[in-house]
Design a protein around this ligand. Sequence first.
Ligand SMILES: Nc1ncnc2c1ncn2[C@@H]1O[C@H](COP(=O)(O)OP(=O)(O)OP(=O)(O)O)[C@@H](O)[C@H]1O
Length: 362
Amino acid sequence: MEIQWLHLKFFRNYLDQEVLFQSGLNILQGENGQGKTNILEGIYYLLTGKSYRVHREQELMSWGENEFHLHGDFLVQKRKLRLESHYKEKRKIIKINQVPCRKLSEYVGTVNVVFFSPDDLAMVKGGPAERRRFLDLHIAQHHSKHIQLLNAYNKVIQQKNALLKRGQNGVKSQLELWNEQMVRIGSEIIKNRWEFTDLLSQKSQEVYGQISSGREKLTMEYHSLGKENLSEALEVFPKLMEEKMALEMERKMILVGPHRDDILFKLNDRSARLYGSQGQQRSIVLSTKLAELEVIRQNKGEYPLLLLDDVLSELDELRRDYLLDYVKDLQQTIITITSAETLTPRASLMLKVENGQIRRFD
Ligand SMILES: Nc1ncnc2c1ncn2[C@@H]1O[C@H](COP(=O)(O)OP(=O)(O)OP(=O)(O)O)[C@@H](O)[C@H]1O
């Protein structure tokens, strides 16, 4: 999969900018704060309907504007696709080949993408919400139904939370109804997450073995409802809901469900979050991102687009070389860097980014 052309209008510091890309390694080079990441963010938003960095569309509009528009031409299975994403008057409009999509789930996964930035270290070092978000975004690219499940689940927990906060008499029978929904939808979410953690774990273990010369073994485990085994988690889910109901009513908050689950990264069976060095944690993120690429290729028969945001400066020479060797086999990689020398011979295309303007290096 690859992007051939991108048009950004009123997106971050781009008022009206077109960019032409090529297959292979595309380099966006420029000083800090010139707009390199904004290009990657534009591509990511166009493909997923979400920003990698912020939660609110308002932040993506150029200052002083009330809308933004993104267009891109992509190549998938040798077919050309035009994607459009418009944000105007607080509404999103998404189109594939000029046909509007009603829901995000009709759109996400049409063209697959893997984004890797230094902030991804939070996947290992941060809280469980970061890890669940990573996993959900990854699953959504394969199973559009996962987005619908998450939306439905979030609505149920909002309603249940509101009910618990109100805390009137006779709430119990209503709570039972919400609990049934939580178990039904939540179990599907748990199954999807479990399945994808397994797939990612196998692949990332292989990659990690190669970059650590086989010294350490990486594993990823999905922990749900305090269980390390899928069938046990699914079995205990309704029982736990029942057991905790009185406590939930007393505390006026939801205490059980997959919105509290976590993914554990382990090196030689020890928590990488607690005991891993900074270098080991970076290697875990690198391995997981490359695993994501491989899982998508297995599933879709083609490599996704790889977007690398300033990651080379964070990696040591061994890992940098490993990554650059890896991207040689991919259809397209777009990388942002501040200094170009080391990469120039490997690039198919070099673009200079300066104050929201892009030009080709000659
Ligand atoms: N909504 C916006 N409207 C206009 N300009 C914006 C907006 N949001 C950010 N910017 C500008 O975009 C620039 C940052 O762009 P970006 O994050 O792409 O930089 P970068 O080239 O990747 O830098 P670095 O190498 O430091 O990561 C800054 O100059 C910032 O002021």
